[in-house]
Design a protein around this ligand. Sequence first.
Ligand code: 28F
Length: 669
Amino acid sequence: MAEQISNTQGYSEDSIKVLEGLEAVRKRPAMYIGDVGERGLHHLIQEVVDNSIDEALAGFCRNIVITLHADGSCSVQDDGRGIPVGPHPVKKISTLEVVMCTLHAGGKFDKNTYKVSGGLHGVGVSCVNALSTDLTVTVERDGKMYEQKYKIGAPQGAVVEVGKSPRTGTTVRFWPDATIFKTVEFRYAKVSERLRELAFLNPDVTITLQDERDGQKDVFAYRGGLVDFVRHLDANNTAITKPILMSGMARNESGVETVVDVCFEYNSGYSENLLSYVNNINTVEGGTHVSGFRSALTRTLNAYAAANNLTKKDVNLTGEDFREGLTAVISVKVAEPQFEGQTKTKLGNGETEGIVRSIINEELAKYLDATPSAAKHIIEKASQAAEARAAARKAKDLIRRKGALESGSLPGKLADCSLRSPEDTEIFLVEGDSAGGSAKQGRDRRFQAILPLKGKILNVHKARLTKVLENEEVRTILTAIGAGFGDDFDSAKARYGKIILMADADVDGSHIRTLLLTLFWKHMPDLINDGKLYIAQPPLYKVKKGKQEFYAYNEAERDEIIARIRKEKADRKAAKAAEKGEPVEEAEVIEEGATPDGIVISRFKGLGEMNPEQLWATTMNPETRTLLRVSIENAAEAMRIFETLMGEAVEPRREFIERNAQYVRNLDI
Ligand code: 28F
């Protein structure tokens, strides 16, 4: 027997306001959830999950289960207290209906709670409701199970008791509105990324994600919290310290608490990977919590180094030096966060800087005193960074002084072109002197420059700035391109419109290509982003029949050419037979190494095998060549692949190669 819990006779002025509020959401959804594309769609899940996380932050929810259903809906279930269903003290209708239908209804109900869904980041579950054709909420509490259904946010009836339940919690299941969203198809990978992050940030919560469409399932539970998070971030690197965890809490005069949790470790690399959060919101633009951490790190490490004579006399290490190889996660809980910045992801609260700084100063000093070996490693690494920076400055000055990087003296081996306008010219970086020779002879010297490269350039992915600049080959390339280097690099200054990598199709060539790509990606990414970097496609095969010569760039093309030659020959034969009335035997001279019907197939092992005319015709002539333009669709993906292939740790590389080897004919390493 469904017992009415709240009165919905007619519309009170309140409920009219509620409907107008949701009406606004449907009129301008992007204003509330950012966009109506894939990101906005997945934001719906985050809004609902954030309410469960708030319940966890309040200390009442331990498990959250997210299900992507086969019918296109998504459900989120938590084992918190369950949204109250009694009459709302002010609005007289059920509190549950208020939470589900009133904009920003989930707002703070008392000072000392940290709401993910609070502030600018949370538009509240009522938005999800408004943008869903259907939504069902089920509450288990007080031994009973209650339910209410909505269509585009409007209640389809009162909250009703639908049964008994020994548990407590809230479940929301919603069907996103396809008339609002460009796509209503949830992507597992996109959902799981944020859920994993939430599990790291909330070590007491177990978050399960399951996909009914294909059975995929993950259970994210990281009792190690930020320590597990830092280890996960450094999975592909070689750590040189253990994760260092520091926590603390500060209370202001009105008793409002700020909770600080920071974990960091150093790895043998040179880049910094720092993530920061406020109430589980990823503060991409950083803010006062980050500057508090950075200043404490520098100050405390310098104090320790001085007190233990670990640095040369009055060498003061800078924040920059301490960032090399740093992997860190900062997570603070702030009652009234003020978000600033372009995308409202920068923490502005001034008091938080001092709170974080004093907690880190204190906790880090304790750790360093207790673990002198780690302290030594950290100071040593920072000292090397300081020396490297000094050396890099010297090297840059050296290069600059030699006028090499400016348009002054160009490297001897460069066969420059006569035109000077970058948009009309191109430079080929050619592997090996013999190919370089053919390229110089075969090219059009008006607009094509050739720079032959001796063997391997160094693997810049692992190398420090200085070593990169010390490498002769790299310096030659930088000089020829003429766009500067490092932070004074300017892609617009490049002396050519196209930089074309031309290497053999074999494993050696692939290695050179990968090394060059690493150089450009790490130190001149704008050349790629500006679409100036290309890879030449030399032919793999030559198919010769009598005087005719054809070039194939892959096996399929080769077989197609052979089939075409045979078909033309058969047609000719048939035509001749038809006109003379009798079969005619063509006198065939079969070259050695040819197929029985006189086709000679040869595989180009390297560019050097081609004479200048062939190289021009097949690979350099803009009319007939094929160039691949290098673009980094997903920089993070490229980073991951470079890390795996070029990074320190051997294991991930072997695993990557094994996984990809079967796809690639000549292993592209
Ligand atoms: C699947 C999505 O939304 N979980 C939620 C609660 C619990 C309470 C609550 C939520 C109180 C008066 C605003 C219960 N008992 N999961 C969720 N769990 N909201 S949302 O209260 C709402 C506030 O109005 C709750 C005691 N206090 C709070």
